[in-house]
Design a protein around this ligand. Sequence first.
Ligand code: FAD
Length: 380
Amino acid sequence: MSTSEQIDIAVIGAGLGGAAAAALLDNAGFTAHCFEQAPEFTRLGAGIHIGPNVMKIFRQIGLEDTLAKIGSHPSHWFSRDGNTGEYLSEIPLGDYALKEYGAPYITIHRGDMHAVQIEALDQSRVHFDHRLEDLEERDDHVLLTFANGKKVEAKLVIGADGINSKIRERLLGVEKPRFSGWVGHRALVNMDKLRATGLEYERCVKWWWEHSRHIMAYATKNDGSEYYYVTGVPVDAWEHETSFVDSSREEMEAIFGGSHKMVQGLIDATETVTKWPFWNRDPMGLWSRGRLVMLGDACHPMRPHMAQGACMAIEDAAVLTRCLVETGTEDYATAFKLYENTRKERATKVQTISNANTWLKNPEDPAWVYAYDPLTVELG
Ligand code: FAD
């Protein structure tokens, strides 16, 4: 792209939400360019759940079958007592999700999913190594300045740039996210060691202890050949400058040792494990202003305990696209209002329950999350 090129829509950030927005906008006939600060994406060791609410969106952009082939299809979300192994809830997914919620529920390596999303985009409109540094709101466009010196004029700017969003900063001022008081350990376990336990590991199970401490464990591949866990552990403070630090099997043993034998098997099969702080913000009173609008973690970050943060970002992208189709880009003010009116209540509810870490611990009906269809829900 030449430095003076003018574009219709700039999506800042090509994460899970930004990549979805670019695909959906393209699908709807808009011309959107994605600007991503990272020089490239790597397969970081972490998994993700994608609910039927979002698999419907992947169907719309032609990625559902590919993701369904790569990902694991758990029959249930089990919740179990971490000490005794007692089942606290057994939430049916698998065929039940297909029939009742209209699409599969998958768990997948997030790097695999993200790669599928990025590869499906028009590569001439994805710009890596473009960190947004500054923006100037003018009468008929926004001037974007990137750290690499490039300048772009965009009619509309979508901030899909995560919890430390530059767009959020412009709309609401500089404010660091709040440390939630919780960290998560993330590990892909050694499968030989896990199999050697002789135990049958469920494809999606959350182990619970007192004070909501937990380990969410699940398969990330269709054939069950990769198994991942993420913990939730309260701590006094986070004192590191980096986004994560190394942890160890010893640390896992110190926190969760002496638990049920299946948990012990997970700990024993742990070789490399990292520790991540969970950051947070309160629900925001402003999602857009002028030609700027936000989606995903930029406007509703949450602790990850409902496994719906990325799903909310992708739902946002689908609804925002529908609103722009409804009004056209010239009437962006109406589109952005319609978008916020459609999304805010649901995103805030998910954010609140996710932060409370109560989701599916006991039997409950998850249909309001999984049966939701962002492609047909009434706008406004
Ligand atoms: P991000 O994924 O953070 O993407 C933002 C992108 O913007 C990044 O690529 C970043 O490099 C780029 N960027 C930032 N600043 C700039 C800039 N100035 N210029 C250009 N680019 C920029 N969600 C689920 O749905 N299911 C799960 O199972 C799940 N599990 C999780 C487990 C853990 C441990 C954690 C921490 C989160 C989990 N989530 C899950 C939540 C999910 O990861 C986030 O909600 C999701 O990634 C948000 O997507 P996003 O596109 O809004 O932001």
